[in-house]
Design a protein around this ligand. Structure first.
Ligand code: 13P
Ligand code: SF4
Length: 375
């Protein structure tokens, strides 16, 4: 498989959550890979234990090769919670870095090398919108609705969920979060990923209890929605929605012995047709545990598929929809040149692109995250 290239610096994202967004200085834009690697390693040597780099599985090769820990969203929040370093450099997207800032101690600083790394799905459930929906839904029922937000959401929504007796989940513990909620309430409002919500309902045998809530549709009927026990917010990930059952049929047609592993952000019918479904760490474990010579088609973000192909050359790793598989535009914003820049600035005693969740949100959002870490 060809190596990923370093992306250009242009971006069409405009979902910046922080106004201290700083752009990369021009002198960092045209570095060749050997110089960048050498300078990155030199800066890390100087910073030593003051810095830890956490990298999500979807980060590009030039980031994960410098990461102290690579993992899924849940594992990264655990690592952030246990980190002693003064600086946590987050190779991931804004909502993950926010969660790290919420979970780490007050004297620790979280840096997101490029603040333009904003997950579009997180932007599909704005706390204000959720407030309005909440008022409409709760007005239609006396039942106790527990809100659960997927980690892929901003801190204000996590705070809202805590305030209303709910919690956060990731793709690896959504089923446990639902069980936690049903132990304490009657219904769940799940935000923002309708596919993860639907897949979790099926896992729990509650597929007949699904209703959808589309915040953009003025016809959304609250009275109808609260007749069911699980209300799904109309949000989705465009990287994962791309996978279709036709891709699975095609891969099995071309490779009759192929196995298929997909992320639970994929559509229901794709998850049903796959052999294995799970978080990015489950996908990694599946390939680690595969026998040499086995063929596995992977339905998730393309950087992870490329890492797995590189890390496990003994396994035949294929992208589930071939060239149509997408990289995550948000994850891609963490460019290795940005990483070098924030590290060299720290060596000089300057902090760049610091993630600072507002105090009033932090306390509550932490409650929702702590509940998740306990389920
Ligand atoms: P994981 O929690 O499985 O790492 O997934 C995060 C994500 O953003 C998937 O799109
Ligand atoms: Fe968000 Fe999808 Fe990217 Fe995950 S892959 S960070 S859900 S846009």
């Amino acid at each position: 498989m060809p190596e990923m290239e370093t992306a250009t610096f242009e971006t069409d994202l405009s979902l910046f959550k922080y106004d201290n967004l700083e752009q990369l200085p021009a002198s960092y834009r045209d570095l060749d890979e050997a110089e960048r690697r050498e300078r990155t390693e030199a800066a890390l040597d100087v910073l030593g234990d003051d810095v830890i780099i956490l990298g999500h599985n979807y980060q590009r090769r030039e980031i994960v090769e410098h990461a102290d820990f690579i993992g899924d969203s849940y594992q990264l929040s655990q690592e952030a919670a246990n980190a002693d370093a003064e600086y946590v450099i987050f190779g991931g997207v804004t909502f993950m870095a926010e969660s790290a800032d919420i979970i780490t101690d007050d004297d620790q600083t979280v840096i997101l090398p490029s603040m333009e790394a904003s997950c579009p799905m997180a932007g599909m459930a704005e706390a204000l919108q959720v407030d309005t929906a909440w008022a409409e839904l709760t007005a239609e029922t006396d039942a106790n609705i527990i809100p659960i937000t997927y980690m892929n959401s901003y801190a204000d929504l996590k705070a809202f969920c805590a305030e209303q007796g709910g919690l956060v989940c990731t793709s690896s513990n959504a089923h446990r979060a639902f069980e936690w909620a049903f132990d304490r309430g009657d219904k769940v409002l799940f935000l923002p990923d309708k596919h993860l919500g639907e897949n979790t309902a099926h896992r729990l045998g509650m597929e007949d209890e699904l209703a959808e809530w589309d915040p953009w549709d003025p016809e959304s009927d609250a009275a109808e929605a609260v007749e069911k026990d699980i209300i799904l917010w109309e949000g989705y990930c465009q990287v994962h929605e791309r996978f279709r059952t036709e891709h699975i049929e095609q891969v099995r047609g071309e490779h009759p012995d192929a196995n298929v592993v997909v992320h639970p952000e994929c559509r229901r019918e794709v998850v049903e047709a796959a052999d294995v479904v799970g978080s990015t760490s489950t996908i990694c474990e599946t390939i680690e545990n595969a026998e040499p010579g086995e063929t596995w088609a992977i339905g998730t973000e393309i950087h992870l598929t490329k890492h797995l192909s590189r890390w496990h050359p003994e396994v035949n790793v294929l992208p589930l929809c071939g060239d149509a598989c997408m990289d995550c535009n948000a994850m891609r914003q963490i460019d290795p040149n940005y990483l070098l820049w924030v590290l060299e600035e720290l060596v000089e005693g300057r902090e760049r692109n610091v993630i600072n969740v507002a105090e009033e949100e932090k306390e509550l959002a932490r409650v929702a995250l702590d509940r998740m870490l306990e389920v």
